[in-house]
Write a protein that binds this ligand. Structure first.
Ligand code: ZN
Ligand code: ZN
Length: 257
């Protein structure tokens, strides 16, 4: 819902700590491909705050988008790819949007004017839905799909090099833990302390973090029940609440597994 949450006057929603102001979750990955003049940029999820996040982070291009699932807080900024997509399109084609069959169906329905072959809307986003494979190579960087559950819905997490991003997760299938070995950085969602049918609690996410054993774990997709400072005080040293604008180095060497 974002924090402050509309209509709420709780201590977190009225906090003056900038880390208690939370836009909807997303990840931006930038790297330089050897021998290429321009940087490569991948975004995971374009939620309703995508435009604001792109402005805050000086985003001038997007080479590919990966979608975790089709809920509004993860897709409703797709149309704001339009201006960036025109440049990418002139360079060589539409921006690939990697999405599961389920997510693609919702995107096609909501953005009919973009994806319909009958669309006559001239300035539609130059984007193309691509099936989400177990492994996807984007300009030399491999993205592994990590199967997860979000309530009853099968969704995707992603691993890139020594980092993984698992948002909106309520259960991690046993087979997915094998894809999460030897991580430096784990980003995993933890909504609040109180149980929720389709999101992990802080205790659940902390237990996964300990099992996965990444050097550092960041909790994301945080609701207004969790104040930044007070929650961090209760967490183990290598588990912290993420915050908007958090920037981390990531080793993008391919994963051999
Ligand atoms: Zn609140
Ligand atoms: Zn969500």
């Amino acid at each position: 819902m974002g924090v402050p949450t509309l209509g709420c006057g709780c201590p977190v929603c009225t906090s003056t700590d900038p880390r208690d102001r939370r836009l909807r979750p997303s990840v931006l990955l930038r790297w330089h491909e050897p021998g290429q003049p321009r940087e490569r940029v991948v975004v995971i999820d374009t939620g309703p705050d995508f435009r604001e996040q792109a402005l805050r982070n000086g985003l001038t291009r997007v080479d590919a988008v990966f979608y975790t699932h089709s809920h509004a807080d993860h897709i409703m900024g797709m149309d704001d790819l339009r201006p960036l997509s025109f440049t990418v399109f002139r360079e060589g084609g539409p921006i690939p949007l990697y999405a599961s069959a389920e997510a693609a169906k919702v995107l096609e329905r909501i953005y009919d004017y973009t994806f319909s072959p009958h669309s006559t809307y001239p300035t539609r986003a130059r984007v193309q839905l691509e099936p989400l494979a177990d492994r996807t190579l984007v300009h030399g960087v491999e993205f592994l799909r990590i199967p997860l559950l979000h309530g009853d819905l099968e969704i995707a997490g992603f691993r890139f090099g020594s980092a993984a991003y698992l948002t909106d997760v309520s259960a991690i299938p046993e087979s997915s833990f094998a894809l999460l070995e030897d991580l430096d950085t784990l980003i995993v969602s933890a909504l609040r302390h109180q149980p929720h049918p389709s999101h992990a609690t802080v205790a659940q996410a902390t237990a996964w973090a300990k099992r996965i054993g990444a050097r550092q774990t960041w909790l994301t997709h945080i609701a207004h029940e969790l104040g930044h400072e007070e929650t961090n005080r209760t967490l183990p040293e290598n588990i912290r609440l993420a915050y908007d604008g958090l920037s981390l180095p990531v080793n993008l060497e391919p994963v051999n597994r």
